[in-house]
Design a protein around this ligand. Sequence first.
Ligand code: ATP
Ligand code: MG
Length: 355
Amino acid sequence: MLKPIIGILGGGQLGMMLCDAAKKIGLETHTFCPDDEFPSKSKSTYFTIGEYTDEKKVIKFSNEVDFITYEFENIPIKTIDFIKDKEKIRPGKLSLLLTQDRLVEKEFLEKLNIPIAPYKVIRNSNDISSAQSEFTNSIVKTRTLGYDGKGQFSLSKSDNPDEVFKKINNKSIVEKKIPFEFEVSVIIARDKKNNLSYFPIGRNIHENHILKYTYTPFDLSKTQTEELINYSKMIISELNHIGVLAVEFFVTKNKILVNEIAPRVHNSGHWTIDACNVSQFEQHMICVSGGKIKKPLLKYSAQMTNIIGDEIYEWYDKNNTYNVKIYLYNKNEVKKGRKMGHVTELFDKDRTFKD
Ligand code: ATP
Ligand code: MG
């Protein structure tokens, strides 16, 4: 029997791990990527090197695969529109449309009555001064193309609004800085038949606005867990999303706020590869290829640590052990703040992480 081919738009580390997962469950992959050298190149069964705006290449690629997914949310909508058979695209266009622009995403969450951080759209320097008078501290964020804290900076009451406005290149919003107790993310999935399942919730620790650690399990009350899951279920169902989706949250003393949605597999779910019966990557591939979702079960407690920038040099000569699993992303250049790999440490399943 011929194996179904999953087309993947994007060839980064998430694509690399999607390719590995596909292989594990008997699927082939075809990656479409604009760069000559990309992390998933040696892992993908087939690949096409082309621009996302190259209509002919995108159409040819779409005709050669059974399903199409993406590993990052900044695929131009135009690319999706080139694809004639919309049924092939999983998750669908809506998940991209509502998450490519922070403002659109926030309006979507507000419509669902899901709590988020107070924010303002920046149209002029007055919007900046009104944020300064309303919020103790705030963060300016680009509406589009931001990731790993890029396109963000802190704003304090004493900053000069005109100077700040001059500094902003893209359309931006300003958000109240939330004094959260901790951050978590929910990795949830939905299959073609609308079955939902989610992974154990991981706690995220960021350094310099970049995810550094995720660990699970940790102390979370039943009410907090239910609230986190309910919001995540509302989001994935409303988007008619097929595949994995991640919701990042801020948890304060008495509130839970959504920070943002990633319509794809997520860095904070990498530990699932080694610590669960099904990884986020396999779950995504199962859903995209029309299979029945699995119920994730924890085999081990786990902590994932991102390897960022030149930290990578410490890891080249290290080997996996029974409880330490190293993933290097084969990126062609080491850059400050760039995610170069990650490592997952496994522990006895009864271990609960403390602060
Ligand atoms: P990523 O791609 O890593 O998810 P991003 O560039 O999309 O990052 P955000 O998720 O908005 O950016 O922010 C990154 C981190 O910065 C958050 O996880 C959090 O630690 C901190 N942060 C962002 N917004 C706020 C806020 N309003 N209040 C407090 N901390 C914040
Ligand atoms: Mg984020």
